[in-house]
Design a protein around this ligand. Sequence first.
Ligand SMILES: CC(C)(COP(=O)(O)OP(=O)(O)OC[C@H]1O[C@@H](n2cnc3c(N)ncnc32)[C@H](O)[C@@H]1OP(=O)(O)O)[C@@H](O)C(=O)NCCC(=O)NCCS
Length: 143
Amino acid sequence: MSENSGASTGRGGATHVSLPTDKELVMKVIPMPSDTNANGDIFGGWVMAQVDLAGAVIPARVAQGRMATVAVNEFLFKHPVRVGDILSFYSSVVRTGRTSITVQVEVYAETFRQQGRYIKVTEALLTYVAIDDQGRPRPLQPA
Ligand SMILES: CC(C)(COP(=O)(O)OP(=O)(O)OC[C@H]1O[C@@H](n2cnc3c(N)ncnc32)[C@H](O)[C@@H]1OP(=O)(O)O)[C@@H](O)C(=O)NCCC(=O)NCCS
């Protein structure tokens, strides 16, 4: 669980936070100018694609084979992402079912030039299903 690290605030008054200790760092990426929308911020669809990729990392480890995203049941853009940010994607399993794994993904931004001060920009809940060669749900192997 991330917690506020004090009164320090970032752009737009966003509070600086500590990185989560109960989640795994599964991906880091730096958005480029080609990823911006008409406002000059990073396009939400680009962020969603990165979250889908990052969210798949732990389920892929468990599924050990083909899988698909079945649902994005929550997606919150808390603060805009800018060119020049470094994004860190943290993930943890919130549910393991018969064929599916649900993960929570949190995304933290730090600026390229002033690293180590983070704001939480996005959080999402995604479910992935292990599938067989015909694309049908496949039971997960016991751990
Ligand atoms: C993923 C897919 C194979 C699931 O097939 P399905 O017949 O809907 O499967 P089921 O109803 O048996 O559900 C399979 C699992 O998904 C879960 N699931 C289905 N809908 C869900 C939803 N809206 N939210 C959360 N979990 C969901 C079920 O609970 C079940 O999990 P469990 O076995 O662990 O209990 C099928 O829906 C599909 O091919 N969808 C397209 C996937 C895709 O193209 N994704 C984008 C690119 S990867």
